[in-house]
Structure formats: C-alpha cells, structure tokens
Design a protein around this ligand. Structure first.
Ligand code: IDC
Length: 460
C-alpha cells in the first residue's frame, strides 16, 4: 500500500499532470508542501518543510509561505536561504538542491519563535505557483507491514548495487549508527549495557569499531587489538547490528605506511568473520597528505587479501584529504571517478564535521552521489577537532541530505570523551546508565533522535 503523504493540499487534484487534449502544452507546474513541527517549547519551535516539485524540472526555486500570526518568526533555517518580510517567508534553494526534477523532493527546516499562537503557515508556493498538489512517495516499498526484526535479520548480507548499499533483496538501504572512539582509550564504553542501549534505545543499525593503528593502538599489540575487534563484532552481531571494522589510520596520513600491518590484520579478521553477515571492512580511515594514486595503490593491495578470505563483504575505501573525496586538499571527486579502485563491491568514504564542512562539501556529496557509492563512515556535529559547539543547523542539513540520498552514516562518537562530539557526558561509561536523557550531550541527544526513528528497509 502506498503511503499518501500528509499534505497541505487544499483539495485540488494533482497539479502537474499534462492534459492530453486541449490547448497547446505549457510548462507543467505545481508542487506539494508538507509542513511538520518537529519540536516546540515556550516561545520557540523547530519545523520541517518537505517540498515536492510536481511540475516540469526547475533549476532554481523559491518557496514562499505566509505566517498566520504576527509573532511568528523564522530565526535560523537550513537547506535553503531564508528571509522574512512581515508575514511573508521565502526560502531559496542552495547549491546542492537548487535543481528539482519532476517528482523530486527536498527537505528544508528552520528554528522559529512565536509570541501568541503557533499555527501552521498557509499559502505555500513554489516559484509563485500555489502548492496544492498531492503526491505518493515512490520510495515506499510495495510491502504492507513494516519489516520486523533486527537490522541484520531484515537485510542479511549486504552488497553494493550501482551507487547504493543494497540488502539481500537487492534494494537500496541506509544504515544509521554510531562509531566508537578509539578502543584503546574508551574500552569501558563498549560493554553489554551500552551496546544494549545502542541497539534497543537508539535502534542503531550499525557500530563502527575504530581501531587506531598508531597512538597506542594496533601497532603496540596486534593480537590483543584483533581480539578486541572480533569481540565487538560478536557483540554487534548478537544485537542485530552491522559492524564496521575501521582500520583507523590517521597519522601518518599515507596508508601505505601501514600496508604490512593492514594485510596481517585484515587477513586475520576476514578469515575469522567470513561466515558472518554483519561485517563491513573499512581499510583506511583518513588518508591525508597523500595522493589519490597512493591511496588507490594501497586499496588494490589490501582488498585482495580480504577477498581471499571473505569474498562477499562490502569494503569501504578512504579518500584523499581526510576522506573528503579530495575537497580538503583542493581537489574533488573527479579524481576518483576518473581513476576508480579496481575492485567490485566497494564504496568510498566521505567524512565531515558539520561546524567546519558546509555548503561546498554538501554540494560535492550531492554531485558525487550519482557517480560513486558513498558511505559516511565518520562525521561529527562539531568542528574537525572533535570539539567545540554543536552546529545544529549544519548537522541537520547534512543528515537530511544523507537521508535523501540514502547514504549510510556513523557518528563520531559513542563515548563519554570530554569533547563536543561525544554522545555521552564525561563519566557516563563508569556508570550503568546509558539510556536516560541525563547522560546525553547535545550531540548525543540530536543523534539519538535521528537514529532511533523507524527504519524503512524494503523486504521484497
Ligand atoms: C579525534 C578524537 C580526539 C583525539 C584525536 C587524536 O576526537 O579525542 O585526541 O582524534 O587521535 C577525525 C579522525 C578522528 C578524530 C576526529 C576529531 O578520524 O580520529 O578524533 N576527526 O578530530 N577526522 C576528522 C576529525
């Protein structure tokens, strides 16, 4: 059964269908706008607007609407350039969502304030055309009941299909989850209670296991760290979560420095976990100060080692410039598109920190997503240092974009590190409460609210 989206339709039928006979064809126009208040507090609220273009493709758009109460104001918005004059609000598309094909949607949002009441806005229009259309969501699966079971039960062995991550039914899915901090430092954060909370309360699909190679990591005790990683793979599996095994190279930035270690490590974990369906391998966290050619050379030596032991697992390859597809080094995705890694069933890592990496990075991802299979195996809501304040608007813009593109993600970090990117307040991992809101940081609360919404995994 197709879900009919809640609409602000005024009762008119679908606008934008061309009539077969009659006057000469004109550009088809029309839109629908779905407005939702996602939270509200004394004098303030957060709202989302899903805009769908029901007419001909547009390469530039402005959404207009009217605030019914004089006290209602847009304070700060995302995924568009917002302005307000009296009761009239406009939102204009930004680089990466400026073009809307027929039937395409984009999600915008804003934080607002109000003094009296806070009714829903009226008179939505797109490029001046009233949004009176209705639309069914073409991404809805044709199945009736929502899938039941854990993420790994429902999706089984994953593979790459086109630019997407696909499940056992060969349908694109998005995994949403969390990354550990360095397991050499935060082992106490990864026990039964915290992982129960991650699976049951957060409804996380995924645990990324960040095994640093340097900084007192793998190189100091290869067997011990291999055991720890395998233990976390098992703990994730027992809870129905995918496990991303992250060979967390960072400094030095050239992954070839660790090539022998990578071969030893991956031949061991791939052999040991070959029969499991929940394992994804991430072979180099963040190459930096090194060319794409060098990263590709590393990947083409490590991937065959994994394939020899575990032929069907998805492998994620880090990209140049701290896994920015080269953008942080002044390059872009074309170096990968023009010279891809010679291997099948792989994805490319894209990492971002929302307070540091904004519109030009989002534009890169929205462009690259139609050409390369991308996996956001690490991102933060804060600055690239891992600390500082949560950039809420940028984080939400990013998460909306990843949702729209069905790009999987893991947030840095499921830990109680004393830095803004950590989900838990310092000291949490010494205790037994991983579920109450009292132990969450601002970043943790935001991510938990995003990750714990129902998954929509196709089952046929
Ligand atoms: C940071 C940690 C911080 C630690 C530092 C050095 O948050 O506590 O001291 O590493 O190991 C990355 C890296 C990730 C960084 C993170 C934040 O993958 O290891 O973690 N970051 O700086 N890339 C961009 C940001």
């Amino acid at each position: 059964m197709k879900r009919l989206l809640a609409l602000l339709a005024t009762g008119a039928s679908v606008v934008g269908l061309t009539v077969l006979a009659g006057p000469p064809a004109q550009a088809a126009t029309g839109c629908s706008a779905e407005y939702t208040i996602t939270s509200q507090w004394a004098g303030g609220f957060q709202a989302g607007v899903k805009v769908t273009n029901l007419g001909d493709p547009v390469s530039d758009w402005t959404l207009g609407f009217t605030m019914p109460d004089t006290g209602q104001k847009v304070v700060q918005g995302w995924n568009a350039t917002w302005s307000q004059s009296g009761s009239a609000v406009t939102a204009t598309g930004v680089d990466w969502n400026r073009t809307l094909a027929t039937g395409a949607s984009t999600d915008l949002g804003f934080v607002g304030s109000f003094t009296g009441s806070n009714p829903a806005p009226t008179s939505f229009s797109l490029n001046g055309v009233p949004c009176t259309g209705s639309v069914t969501d073409p991404t809805d699966p044709p199945t009736d009941p929502p899938a039941t079971g854990t993420p790994t039960d429902v999706n089984g062995q994953l593979h790459v299909c086109g630019v997407h991550l696909c499940n056992q039914y060969d349908r694109p899915i998005q995994l949403r989850g969390m990354s550990t901090h360095g397991i050499q430092w935060f082992g106490s954060c990864y026990g039964d209670a915290s992982l129960d909370a991650l699976a049951d309360d957060w409804k996380s699909d995924l645990l990324r296991v960040a095994m640093y190679v340097q900084e007192d990591g793998y190189e100091t005790d290869p067997d011990g760290f291999t055991r720890q990683v395998n233990r976390l793979v098992d703990m994730a599996e027992a809870r129905g979560m995918y496990a991303l095994i992250d060979f967390h190279t960072l400094t030095p930035g050239d992954p070839n420095y660790n090539l022998d270690r990578a071969k030893t490590f991956f031949s061991s974990v791939a052999a040991r976990n070959a029969d499991k369906k929940n394992v994804i391998y991430e072979i180099a966290n963040e190459p930096n100060g090194v060319s794409w050619a060098a990263v590709k050379n590393y990947a083409e030596q490590v991937i065959p080692v994994i394939r020899a032991a575990d032929p069907d697992a998805v492998v994620i390859v880090g990209t140049r410039g701290w896994s920015s597809l080269g953008v942080s080094d002044g390059s872009n995705e074309s170096e990968v598109v023009n010279n891809p890694v010679n291997a099948a069933n792989i994805m490319y890592a894209f990492h971002f920190y929302a307070a540091s990496h904004k519109d030009n990075y989002r534009a890169t991802v929205s462009r690259a997503a139609s050409q390369l299979p991308l996996f956001v195996s690490e991102f933060g809501t804060v600055s690239a240092t891992g600390g500082g304040a949560v950039d809420r608007a940028s984080s939400i813009a990013w998460l909306d974009l990843l949702d729209q593109l069905k790009i999987s993600y893991a947030n840095w970090t499921f830990s109680d590190a004393d830095e803004g990117s950590a989900a838990f307040k310092p000291g949490t991992c010494n205790g037994s409460d991983f579920s109450s809101s009292a132990v969450l940081t601002e970043s943790g609360a935001l991510l938990k609210s995003r990750i714990s919404t129902a998954d929509n995994f196709p089952t046929s």
